[in-house]
Structure formats: C-alpha cells, structure tokens
Design a binder for this molecule. Structure first.
Ligand code: GUN
Ligand code: ZN
Length: 428
C-alpha cells in the first residue's frame, strides 16, 4: 500500500494571516500540487516539482477542485449530537430542557461510544479533521471519544465537563471527584497518539468557587493542557453570573480569580465582553471561539469579529454543536459571514477559510501541526468540489476568479461539497 501521494488541484495555503495583510488574498498561496509522505505534508508547488520530490508517489488528480487543510472545529459538544436542532429555547432553558437530559445518558459507556462514533462520522463527512469537544461529567464519555478518535488517527481534544451545582441530580460531580477524575484522564490520555486533554469546567454558573479553584490548581499542575469553558454568551447568563459571584468584576473575573485565565485557555462565544475582559484576554493571549450558527440559533448575539481582530485577539471558529445548528464548517463560515454583515464587516473568503483552519488551529495552539498546508505539517486535508449542487455550479460557472468560484461553496455548500478527506496521510 502506498504511503506517498501527490494530490493535484488548487492547493490553498497561507503565508500569513489574511487579517494582517494589506488585502486578504495576499496571505494566500495557490499551488498546483501537494506531496504527502508517511502522514506528513512534504511539499507543495508545481506538479513537476512534486514529481521530482516523490517520483514513486501515487498521483491523484483533483482537476479544478480546491485542496485545503482539514477543517478545525474549536468548540463542540459531541454528546449533543442527537439533540441538535431542538426548538424554541434560549440558553439556560435550552440546557435544562434538552442538553442536560441527553448528557445524563453518557454514564452508559455503550451509548457514549455509539454517539462518539456517530459524531466523528458526521464531522469527517463534512471535512472536519480536528475538533475540540466538551464531553459530559462522566469519565466514560471521555474514554469513548478518545477511543473513537484514536481508531481514526485523528488529532482531537476533549475533557470531562465539570459541574457541581445548578445541574440536575445525576449530572453533578464534586470538587474532589472533578479534580481526581480529570487528573486520571490526563494521565490516561494526554499525549497518546494525537490526543490532547482539555481541563473543562463547563461555565462558572455550574461550578462552585471551590470547584473552579480546584480546576485552576489542576491546570497549574498540568500547564501542558488546554482549558476550555464558556464566556459571556447570553445577557441572561451574564446577569446570573453576577448574582452567583457578587464580588467578581465581570464574567471573566470568575475564571481569572481561580487561575482559569491563561494562554492555553479557550473561551467559547465571548460575545458581550467588557473593556476589562477584552484587555485581559488580549494580555494573556487567550483564545476566543466564535460560534456563529449557535449564536443565531440560540439567539445569543453578534460576535465582534472586526473589533476583536483589530485589537489582536486570538480567534477560532466553531460549530458549537448541538447549540449550533450544523456539523459543517462550510455552514459555519456562511453564518460567520452573515454575522459579520450584521456588524458591518463582510469577511472575505480567504478570511473565512483561514478562521476554519489556521485560526482554529492557532486557538488550539496547534498551528505548528495542523491548519495549513506546508512542509512538515500533519497531512489532514479536505478536497472540495466547487460545483457540488446545481445552484452552486451555475454561480461558480460565472466566476471571474478563484475567490468568486470559492465563495458560493462557502455560502451554500455542505457535505456534498466534500469530495475527499485525508487524516494523518490516510484517505478516509
Ligand atoms: N454554556 C454552558 N454550557 C453550554 C452548552 O452546552 N452550549 C452552549 N451553547 N452554551 C453553554
Ligand atoms: Zn459550548
């Protein structure tokens, strides 16, 4: 069996962030071919150059298709797969009505395994090769997810979601069990193959100050781990946080005070931020994760992409399934574009693709491994058909340039546009 390949097509890679160059297009290099060997990208350039690099490689010709780094979804809840698209609630009611009853089921290892596999099948079909997921309070839910991802060779992140208050009986841990279980899971899984553990306090309303402090202590003992949580998603939620933490200066302070603000921290949503919070997030180089389909679906608000990028924040893009309404990062880019429009800043296709690949990889502190097509990077790729439906095909047929050919797929595409997915140099 071959382990060396050359893929021909429009290979898109980034030499810089399109948010930092004069024009977004300038950040992009389009090559005619990419060479893979032993799970890594070994080069991109002309077909002749790649052929000279790897004369024996199997050649796969994708013609006019687009070849990108695999999508990176920086904030998801795999246990919410079966309750995606649940009607009519806002955040706190949505959690209580739909999410918590479903998450209760993940103490059953067989159910956790079934959903973990279903979730990874769905997301791989959508071209997503890396995700950073919340699990449930049950260690079994972490074992199930890592086991399923390991079998697929995927680079993923997850962690046991910690909650010791404001959650139903059966879905609460304690200060001690959250610490002990999380620590045991770090020791079992962190750094195994491509798996990484994230310390995961769900959000400050569902943890006592003592539990947040224990999570902060655990993070200081394991600074190699990411830490993921939620921040300032909905106005009602922020009011609730104020009553639960009356001394806190703002929502971020409920994390900061307990050692839960750091460069390897991931803060989902981050919509309704105060000046002080923005300043501190920037100072620490923490990552904000934009979840546009979720923010419109649950009615949370409009992320300030332009303002936050301008002040140099680290920003990733995510579906937030099942609060988000899609498993597809293409649908998520479309929603990010629409949210941008509602805030007066239309994002360019080069910016949207960057957010869904390198932006999210940078948020996860994995930009040296995934999220771009460059020598030495792990070979996670997605191949997109830019004419995947009649509606898209008739629009891209009119395109004057590559960006105009790409944009209809970002706005109207879904898993039908995903022709091929590569994980760690293996075609799926
Ligand atoms: N805040 C706390 N938990 C959740 C969750 O599961 N989904 C979303 N969207 N927000 C949250
Ligand atoms: Zn979330």
């Amino acid at each position: 069996m071959h382990s060396n390949f050359i893929l021909r097509g429009h290979v898109l890679s980034y030499s810089a962030s399109p948010f930092e160059t004069q024009t977004p297009e300038e950040a992009v290099v389009v090559s005619a071919a990419v060479a893979l060997a032993e799970g890594r990208i070994v080069g991109c350039g002309t077909f002749e150059e790649m052929k000279a690099l790897q004369p024996q490689a199997e050649v796969i010709d994708h013609g006019a298709r687009l070849i990108l780094a695999g999508f990176v979804d920086a904030h998801v809840h795999y246990p919410q797969t079966a309750i995606i698209a649940s009607w009519g609630k806002r955040l706190i009611d949505w959690l209580n009505s739909y999410t918590f009853p479903e998450e209760m089921r993940f103490g059953d290892a067989a159910y956790a395994q079934e959903i973990a596999e279903r979730y990874l099948d769905l997301t791989l079909a959508n071209g997503t090769t890396t995700v950073c997921s919340f699990a449930t309070i049950h260690p079994e839910s972490v074992d199930a997810f890592f086991t399923a991802a390991k079998a697929r060779g995927q680079r993923v992140v997850t962690g046991k979601t910690c909650m010791d208050r404001n959650a139903p009986e059966g879905l609460r841990d304690t200060v001690q069990s959250a610490y002990d279980d999380s620590k045991a899971l770090i020791e079992r899984w962190h750094g195994v193959d491509r798996l990484e553990y994230a310390i995961t306090p769900r959000f400050s309303p569902t943890s006592t100050p003592e539990q947040l402090a224990a999570m902060g202590a655990l993070w200081s003992e394991h600074p190699e781990c990411l830490m993921q949580t939620h921040l300032s998603e909905q106005l009602d939620e922020i009011e609730w946080v104020k009553t639960l933490f009356p001394q806190a200066r703002d929502y971020l302070d409920t994390y900061e005070e307990f050692g839960l603000l750091g460069a390897r921290g991931l803060y989902g949503h981050a919509i309704h931020l105060q000046e002080r919070e923005r300043h501190r997030l920037r100072e620490y180089g923490a990552a904000l994760v934009h979840c546009p389909t979720s923010n419109t679906f649950i009615g949370s608000g409009l992320f300030d992409m332009a303002g936050l990028m301008a002040e140099g924040q680290r920003i990733g893009l995510a579906t937030d399934t099942g609060g988000g309404s899609s498993f597809s990062m293409l649908r998520t880019m479309a929603a990010a574009y629409e949210v941008g429009q509602l805030r007066g800043r239309p994002l360019h296709a080069a910016e949207l693709i960057w957010l869904a690949t390198q932006g999210s990889a940078t948020a996860l502190r994995m930009e040296d491994k995934i999220g771009n097509i460059a020598p030495g990077m792990e070979a996670d790729l997605v191949v997109l058909d830019l004419s995947s439906t009649p509606a898209i095909a008739q629009r891209s047929a009119r395109a004057a340039d590559l960006w105009e050919a790409v944009f209809p797929t970002l706005m109207m595409g879904d898993d039908r546009a995903v022709t091929e997915v590569w994980v760690n140099g293996q075609r799926q």
